[in-house]
Write a protein that binds this ligand. Structure first.
Ligand SMILES: Nc1nc2c(c(=O)[nH]1)N[C@H]1C(S)=C(S)[C@@H](COP(=O)(O)OP(=O)(O)OC[C@H]3O[C@@H](n4cnc5c(=O)[nH]c(N)nc54)[C@H](O)[C@@H]3O)O[C@H]1N2
Ligand SMILES: Nc1nc2c(c(=O)[nH]1)N[C@H]1C(S)=C(S)[C@@H](COP(=O)(O)OP(=O)(O)OC[C@H]3O[C@@H](n4cnc5c(=O)[nH]c(N)nc54)[C@H](O)[C@@H]3O)O[C@H]1N2
Ligand code: SF4
Ligand SMILES: [Mo]
Length: 707
């Protein structure tokens, strides 16, 4: 039997792989890397082990209904869906359509993301849908929209980076979060042009160790000041690209004035980055940009969650864009700014209607023309479509509140582990009248559900994903799904029918994709020229891809997406200078990822090789801090603040600033980093503060006591 060409189920790099029939087990497949411009046959260990989960003994294999005594009992699909439909109807009748909420995910295919948005607005009539991309891409997306008029994570191809002269990476640990990606940094690295900004000396930061690279190690949350300071230096030293600013942008004067006060010693004071490093970095970026114009080997600025997941994340991403614009990098043939999208379909998942203010094609639900177009495709009255709903953190905050949400459907997120202020989220979920979780495993969120609906996994379904470079790719069915599980497209079709929906819902991925393409036509994320046939030919397919076009590998070459065709520099200010941590014995906690685990860990904690390599959370802290607190490597510690307490072992390491500690967020129970994080959000994007939390740390036993 021939193998199946597909892509990895996990992150946004969407490495290409083959799924081949297993020689030993007729029901199983094995994974092999496949040549593709992004991964060139390479995979990380999550990708290599991905197929194990298809045959995991932990799989939920039939719908489960909670019983009055709290236990779960299996049920038939028709009984389970009848019950869900009855509860949805009852809630709507008693409390109104907005009392039903929907929480989606950036791991869903484009077809599912689109259908979930339509199902919520049409079959449920509710405005209250949002998704976990709010925790992930929202700040960068908001910054991209206001600067360029369009949000595509990388407005260029990943392999365009291969020939770069200089690459500045802020707050991303790609060496662990997208390992094959670092192949594309090799050129800049060899040229001594790789610069990594991270409070930790990560595997990515260590790539700069070849003599000429730079690792800049600011205090957490100070990147906005750092970027304002770099922009100040570029302007003060007259290193801006005046011709570019004049021809292609607006807003430079306001930005020039806004960075005036950020002279290097003041930036040093607030970021901990030495003046010499600031000057050197500004000089390098400008020299790289100038060289690029002659050689075509460009300069790129890339941001990740480390700088975006803050309450000033939108402004920080905006400041990174402003710096790129004053250097003349964006919308050229050889340079650029980009954000590294995270989840498998983090890009497509934010284009087709899962966001609370959005309709397919990256349209605004508040725009009458967009409503009319999409309502036409759905054959419903535009006035029947609800308005803007609530962004994720507010949506979770409305659970069980008066006038809030009584009934919630979760598709593709494990909020009990991954949402900020996890104690509050868990308590709020328990106040609901009815919680439905669709998953393939008993996630920590599914455990709280009234109904668990078991769904197909990646290799058991057809669909499309849009990768971090805006390339639409095919996910293909390689194995039959276990008998008792169903696709979400089928589930929504069945529920919509039971709810007497005004529009029809197909359960065929190809049909849903064709409808999505029509709904997106004329929108910013226009897919109307795409089809499964074209994608199956493996022709590169970068959106916008209007009918009759051949797609857009590099965006903005002629114009930006604002009506005036220009990029907009937006002046931003650092409002959150606060006292440095440690003044009263507190430390700054940052959270993030380990190579072996994916997100809330529902999947990777069930893969033996990955769980053995990283079985539990460990708090990374500096030896000097550890000594002060009487903590030795591997000893148990307690990390706490007003919101919660985490207990885990210590990992003493010089790879982190002495005033900062780090926890991965992949673990459950009292090792959830999100027991500590705050649910305060960025006012523009709704992004919570995941990367800067004040905590106290203490040893749970005297150092050495248990040796
Ligand atoms: N192994 C693995 N890979 C993944 C994922 C996963 O869960 N596991 N998830 C995928 C998803 S959804 C995403 S969004 C991406 C995320 O990919 P990344 O953005 O690379 O991941 P993070 O580890 O969250 O954060 C990156 C770095 O930001 C640093 N950081 C923290 N605070 C600050 C700060 O204030 N300033 C600066 N400059 N840096 C800071 C952290 O030390 C960390 O090394 O990864 C994707 N790939
Ligand atoms: N402290 C802290 N918290 C964070 C972050 C951080 O850096 N620090 N990062 C944030 C970021 S960037 C992200 S993206 C989020 C991610 O966090 P989550 O939203 O929790 O993401 P996953 O763990 O991928 O959850 C997906 C769940 O859906 C299931 N699933 C996968 N595919 C499908 C599908 O197609 N359908 C259905 N129904 N279920 C599916 C999986 O089994 C899993 O249980 O976490 C955020 N939380
Ligand atoms: S880098 Fe991402 S897409 Fe590639 S194999 Fe690893 S998890 Fe999968
Ligand atoms: Mo993410």
């Amino acid at each position: 039997m021939p193998g199946t060409r597909t892509h990895c189920p996990y992150c946004a790099l969407q490495c290409a792989m083959m799924l081949n029939p297993s020689p030993t087990d007729a029901d199983a497949v094995t994974v092999a890397g496949r040549d593709f411009p992004t991964n060139r046959g390479g995979l990380c260990k999550k990708g290599w082990t991905a197929a194990e989960l298809l045959v995991s003994p932990d799989r939920v294999l039939e719908p489960l209904l909670r019983q009055p005594d709290g236990s779960f009992e299996p049920a038939s699909w028709s009984d389970a869906l009848d019950l869900v439909a009855a509860k949805l109807r009852g809630t709507r009748a008693e409390h109104g359509a907005d009392a039903v909420g929907v929480f989606g995910g950036g791991g869903l295919t484009n077809e599912k993301a689109y259908q979930l948005g339509k199902f919520t607005r049409v079959a449920l009539g509710s405005s209250r849908i949002d998704y976990n991309g709010r925790f992930c891409m929202s700040s960068a997306a908001a910054a991209g929209n206001r600067a360029f008029g369009l949000d595509r994570g990388l407005p260029f191809r990943v392999h365009d980076l291969d020939t770069a002269d200089t690459i500045l990476i802020l707050g991303s640990n790609v060496a662990q979060t997208m390992p094959p990606f670092i192949g594309h940094l090799e050129g800049a690295r060899a040229a001594g042009g790789l610069v990594v900004v991270d409070p930790r000396r990560t595997a990515t930061a260590r790539l700069t160790d070849n003599g000429a690279g730079m690792h800049v190690q600011p205090t957490p949350g100070s990147d906005l000041v750092l970027l304002l300071g770099l922009t100040h230096l570029v302007i003060a030293k007259k290193l801006t690209d005046q011709h570019y600013l004049h021809a292609r942008t607006t807003g430079f004067d306001a930005v020039r004035r806004s960075v005036n006060q950020w002279w290097p010693t003041r930036v040093q004071e607030h970021t901990g980055v030495p003046v010499w490093q600031l000057r050197e970095l500004a000089r390098r970026l400008a020299a790289g940009a100038a060289r690029g114009q002659a050689t075509g080997n460009g300069t790129y600025i890339l941001t990740g969650r480390g700088v975006e997941q803050h309450v000033d994340g939108t402004d920080t991403a905006t400041a990174a864009i402003n710096l790129s614009l004053v250097l003349g990098l964006v919308g050229t043939t050889h340079s650029g700014y980009g954000t590294l999208t995270g989840q498998g379909n983090g890009q497509g998942g934010r284009e087709h209607g899962q966001k609370c203010d959005q309709l397919p094609g990256y349209r605004k639900i508040s725009d009458p023309a967009a409503r009319a177009h999409v309502a036409g495709v759905w054959s419903v009255d535009p006035d029947s479509l609800p308005g803007v709903g609530l962004p994720a953190v507010e949506l979770l905050g409305a659970l069980g509140e008066p006038g809030g949400i009584r009934c919630l459907l979760v598709h593709g997120s494990n909020v009990v582990v991954s949402a900020p202020n996890a104690n509050r989220v868990r308590a709020a979920l328990k106040t609901l009248d009815f919680l439905v979780v669709a998953d393939f495993f008993f996630s920590e969120t599914a455990v709280l559900a009234d109904v668990v609906l078991p769904v197909t996994q990646w290799a058991e379904e057809e669909g499309t994903m849009t990768s971090l470079e805006g390339r639409v790719i095919r996910r293909r069915l390689a194995v039959a799904a276990p008998e008792g599980v169903r696709s979400e497209l089928w589930i929504w079709q069945e529920l919509a029918r039971r709810l007497d929906s005004a529009s029809t819902f197909s359960a065929e991925a190809g049909e849903v994709f064709d409808e999505l393409c029509r709904a997106s036509a004329g929108g910013l994320a226009d897919y109307s020229g795409l089809s499964y046939e074209l994608l199956d030919s493996e022709e590169p397919a970068f959106w916008p891809y209007p009918a009759g076009s051949t797609g857009t590998p590099r965006l903005f070459l002629d114009r930006f997406a604002h009506p005036d065709g220009r990029a907009h520099l937006v002046a931003v200010q650092a409002r959150r200078l606060g006292a440095p941590a440690q003044v009263d014995g507190t430390l700054t906690l940052i959270t993030g990822r380990l190579l072996e685990h994916y997100q809330s860990g529902t999947q990777t904690r069930r893969v033996r090789e990955l769980a053995d390599a990283q079985p539990e959370a460990r708090l990374q802290l500096h030896p000097a801090t550890a000594e002060q607190l009487g903590i030795i490597d591997e000893a148990w510690v307690e990390v706490s603040n007003d919101r919660g307490t985490v207990r885990c072992r210590a990992q003493v390491s010089t790879d982190i600033r002495f005033d900062t500690v780090f926890l991965p967020f992949h673990f459950a129970g009292d090792q959830r980093a999100n027991l500590l994080t705050d649910d305060e959000t960025d006012p523009v994007s709704g992004m919570p503060e995941f990367k800067k939390t004040t905590v106290r740390v203490r040893a749970l036993v005297e150092a050495g006591a248990h040796v």
